[in-house]
Design a protein around this ligand. Sequence first.
Ligand code: ADP
Length: 367
Amino acid sequence: EGPVAYSPIIQEQTGTFRAGLDVPVTPPSDALLPDDYGLLYQNDIPGRDFDEKKIFQELKSLGLDKGAVSQVLREIVHHGDVVHWEDIAGLDAAKLALKETVVYPFLRPDLFNGLREPVQGILLFGPPGTGKTMLATAVATESRSTFFSISASTLMSKYLGDSEKLVRALFAVAKHFAPSIIFIDEIDSILAARGHGEHEATRRLKTEFLIQWSGLARAASGRTPLEADVKPVLVLAATNMPWAIDEAARRRFVRRQYIPLPDGEVRRIQLNNLLHQQKHSLSDEDFEELVRMTDSFSGSDITALAKDAAMGPLRAVGDKLLRMTVDEIRPIQLEDFKASIVKIRPSVSQEGLERYDEWAKKFGESG
Ligand code: ADP
């Protein structure tokens, strides 16, 4: 049963993977347990299916560090989740902006040159858990790009010392597999304003990142309409602390998109999506109440709440659930949400929100 239920996902993932990388992926065998499968898919396939030697040979003239290239291929090329626009509740203005600035240009480069030339940097900013990573993943899926994803804090902690080499390799491999999207989460930690006592390695990492990024812009602006088939590479970055980014770096993000907390209508859509395939007894009025109860919740708070509430019917029966059929378990009801909301509270404070609104007014586009 188990593996069969997974196969449509595998198909889709395989499809995207191929589109980006043109590397054949063998779906895992039915013998694997779902958990093993998840791990295997995330960590093993690049190492197994990439011909690292060949890629390294092709990039040889660039003088890259071999270990760094291998790390990019194994750990930063991302082919986990496939996210489509409709999986993300709300954020219509952000979706539209990303379609116009990334997806259409990537799919139809012949229409997007000169004045319509694609940008090289987009910043998504807003409170944590509002869908920034989901949006980036959707952009990669919908634009059929190779998706490179790393958090800046990982870059700084896990690889510090080697992180310049890694950044160089990252941009080179991204160009090689273009069209590509380089998604950097928590970008504020590399692009922070210079502070006292800043680590030398951090400073060098920031410099290298800016050099590589400018390289993309130069390559793009020198492009004539005849060279429109040169495939694009875009830096898509996310931050919960946009004010920490220094001014010069901020200006390089031509587009800065505010990803706010969901309003009532968006919360209703998300709750509907989450409960859509669950056995529940919530009436329209109950949904209204849920929408009211979740005021100031982020998208990820809402997911956490719904997951906890979904446990309610099982908690109610305790050990007996081991002997019960699916039909004997009662539906999820409003009371389950009321019990869960005592534990699961909004993660963003009112003062925090005001700071985002202010920054958005000064430097961002909202929606
Ligand atoms: P961010 O990158 O802004 O911190 P994520 O995109 O990682 O947030 O979202 C974390 C989780 O919260 C998602 O995996 C999803 O379950 C839920 N989520 C957040 N925003 C939305 C949204 N707009 N629509 C649906 N789910 C959302």
